[in-house]
Design a protein around this ligand. Structure first.
Ligand SMILES: Nc1ncnc2c1ncn2[C@@H]1O[C@H](COP(=O)(O)OP(=O)(O)OP(=O)(O)O)[C@@H](O)[C@H]1O
Length: 571
């Protein structure tokens, strides 16, 4: 477990962690030894010269004080290391998540990562802060006591030692029995969290469709399954707990009988027997707590394994020697890309010279958005290459690549802060005047003037307090502020009212000026702004040219607009 912990956290934490475990072990040994001194103390007290007990009592006091100091140092170190590790783990997890391909983030992952990041990491690392010291104590203190018993009377010592494999076997058996139910409970937990997130996010759709009750039923079922799985886990843990309790009591009874037998035969002094029984009782307590702690340690270990698996998911490989792109032209060179088994782009080749505006048109699902995502390296291609400024995007440093690209997506996500905070994300070191200029260029002034708090008004989680068009304008201002030479636009005006649409178009026109642009277009008005159009279908570019050229050709592009512009019956 310590090895997994170190793999998860990195070697820089190895020394403090090892020091903490060493302190905990020393404290546990000191505890065992302090109990052991009871034997000579009692022997002297009940012997011929009770005054001989004084030095032993002083030794006992010193041992207890030593144990207390070591325990304090071990607990403090465990707590400090635990909190440092917690911070380090969150940072490591955060950094790793930002490097994973966007394609990794499917719906199931959201639930999984939420559970892991909230409860999982805490549970895994609480072991360090709260559980490791008692756990080490529960193992090491009884072993020390057994060693001392061996020194006093080998027969009683051997009898106590015989219990060690029994306890270990019961612990291992209980662990195996629980592993399956633990995994099932975790799976149910993840499912339920996914359902909760879906239920919350889909509220507008559910209410509009009158399906709230139905989906709540599914959520309720998932929560009931969690409850059942938890009950199964508790039931599966029961034989282990009862087995351990019985084994420890049986050991204690056996020691009592053996001790009495030896005392009657004169093999053990009458004063030593109670002392040895006190030691045996001190052995039993921590062993019994093992059953309880074992479950928590196992749970923490399972979380740690999950964290380890997540951290070992391959991020997009970073270039060993990053190359600086020379210019801002774009090239797709025989690019093939799949989502799972499905080929989305099939040997696609395309060129966008620096400063040109290319519109990508095609039927739904043709891979238009995927094309944009490959330029920003949200995924790596299967074969071929995407080049920016003549350099394969895999050879460009991630920061450099992202600094060259501004993206305006269909779905705009705003963070719960002010409009200014959200625009500033485009370039955090921009001056206030620059942020305001970007806001004006995206025609956000009128939106800000309407908001009760003006510039200081919050936009709500996900930008919920703004309309769709207003959110689009914020994302355009963000892109304007970024002032990147390449602009990627995923059709942004599909569902806007005329006022918002005009404002958004105006912002976009400023955003595109003098830059290399690739825009996914569903509207004729957007397409006509492009220098060139690529019509995508079946994973390839099937037609390429200007709007007028392609219309004259009377091919797929012309047919596409003819269908798109034909009013539906009843319109
Ligand atoms: N993360 C994903 N996992 C699996 N398949 C995906 C994923 N993202 C997209 N796809 C599939 O890839 C195909 C291309 O998607 P893409 O979004 O690029 O199409 P598009 O041409 O932009 O479509 P639209 O015009 O409808 O937005 C679609 O069939 C989609 O179902």
């Amino acid at each position: 477990m310590i090895r997994t912990l170190l793999r998860v956290l990195g070697d820089e934490h190895a020394r403090p962690l090892r020091r903490t475990v060493a302190l905990m072990t020393a404290a546990a040994v000191a505890e065992g030894l302090s109990y052991a001194l009871l034997v000579p103390v009692l022997r002297a007290l009940f012997g011929d010269a009770p005054a001989d007990a004084w030095p032993w009592l002083a030794g006992f006091g010193a041992a207890v004080a030593g144990y207390a100091a070591l325990r304090y140092a071990a607990d403090l170190s465990g707590f400090l290391v635990g909190t440092t590790l917690l911070r380090g783990t969150y940072r490591r997890l955060g950094e790793h998540l930002t490097r994973l391909p966007i394609g990794w983030y499917d719906a199931g992952r959201v639930g999984e990562v939420s559970v892991l990041a909230s409860r999982g990491v805490l549970q895994a690392l609480s072991v360090m802060a709260h559980l490791l010291a008692p756990f080490v104590g529960a193992l090491v203190t009884p072993l020390t006591i057994v060693a001392v018993m061996l020194a006093f009377d080998w027969r009683l010592g051997l009898a106590a030692l015989a219990g060690v494999p029994v306890v270990a076997a019961i612990q291992a058996w209980a662990g195996r029995a629980l592993a399956a139910t633990d995994a099932e409970r975790h799976r149910r937990d993840k499912e339920a969290t996914g359902r909760v997130i879906e239920f919350l996010q889909a509220q507008p759709v559910l209410r509009a469709g009158g399906r709230t009750g139905e989906r709540f039923g599914l959520l309720d079922d998932a929560l009931r399954e969690v409850q059942r799985a938890s009950r199964r886990t508790v039931l599966a843990a029961l034989p282990g707990v009862v087995g351990l309790t019985l084994a420890v009591q049986a050991m204690f009874t056996a020691l009592l009988v053996l001790g009495a037998y030896l005392a009657i035969g004169g093999g053990v002094g009458a004063a030593e027997l109670p002392a040895i029984l006190v030691l045996a009782a001190r052995c039993a307590d921590p062993l019994l707590s093992l059953a309880d702690m074992g479950g928590q340690v196992r749970g923490a270990r399972a979380e740690l394994d999950r964290l380890d698996r997540l951290l070992r998911t391959e991020p997009l490989p970073l270039p060993r020697v990053p190359v600086e792109p020379a210019g801002h032209g774009l090239v797709f060179d025989s690019v093939t890309f799949r989502h799972g088994d499905r080929v989305i782009l099939d040997g696609l080749s395309l060129e966008v010279p620096e400063g040109e505006r290319l519109a990508v048109v095609g039927p739904s699902g043709a891979g238009k958005s995927t094309l944009l995502q490959l330029i920003a390296r949200f995924y790596d291609v299967e074969s071929g290459a995407v080049r920016v400024g003549g350099v394969d995007v895999r050879e460009i440093g991630a920061d450099v690549l992202m600094s060259k690209i501004a993206i305006v997506f269909q779905d705009v996500y705003l963070f719960d802060g002010t409009i200014e905070d959200n625009i500033r994300l485009g370039r955090p070191d921009a001056t206030e005047a620059e942020v305001r200029a970007a806001a004006s260029a995206a025609r956000l002034d009128e939106v800000i003037a309407r908001l009760p708090g003006g510039w200081a008004a919050g936009v709500g989680e996900g930008g919920a307090l703004l309309s769709g068009g207003e959110r689009q304008r914020v994302s355009i201002a963000r892109a304007l502020l970024k002032d990147a030479p390449i602009v990627l636009l995923d059709e942004v005006t599909s569902a806007l009212d005329p006022v918002n649409e005009a404002a958004v178009h105006e912002g976009i026109e400023r955003l595109m000026a003098g830059r290399t642009v690739v825009m996914v277009a569903h509207r004729m008005r957007t397409v006509r702004r492009a220098d060139r159009i690529a019509f995508l279908d079946g994973g390839r570019v099937v037609e390429e040219g200007s709007h007028d050229e392609l219309l004259r050709r009377q091919g797929r592009y012309a047919a596409f607009w003819a269908t798109a512009l034909t009013p539906a019956p009843g319109d």
